[in-house]
Design a protein around this ligand. Structure first.
Ligand code: FES
Length: 67
């Protein structure tokens, strides 16, 4: 789904940035322009980032045990 309509940024793109190591809105904004215009998407963007960060430890654990 589109999170940021001003810059056509999707939740998938935000999640991918977290997968690459972003851990805050400002980190995500280094590559995506989410929440840098009207700002209406900022709360949703933060929620997506936090959701993805919360999933990260479980994923890391699975990768370690699979290796
Ligand atoms: S909707 Fe994201 S900056 Fe406007």
């Amino acid at each position: 789904m589109y999170v940021c309509l001003c810059h056509a940024v999707t939740d998938r793109e935000i999640r991918e940035e977290v997968e690459r190591g972003a851990c805050s809105l400002s980190d995500v904004q280094c590559r995506l322009r989410v929440a840098s215009c009207c700002g209406h998407c900022e709360d949703t963007a933060r929620e997506v980032i936090n959701e993805q960060i919360a999933k990260a430890p479980a994923r890391s654990q699975r990768l370690r045990t699979a290796a």
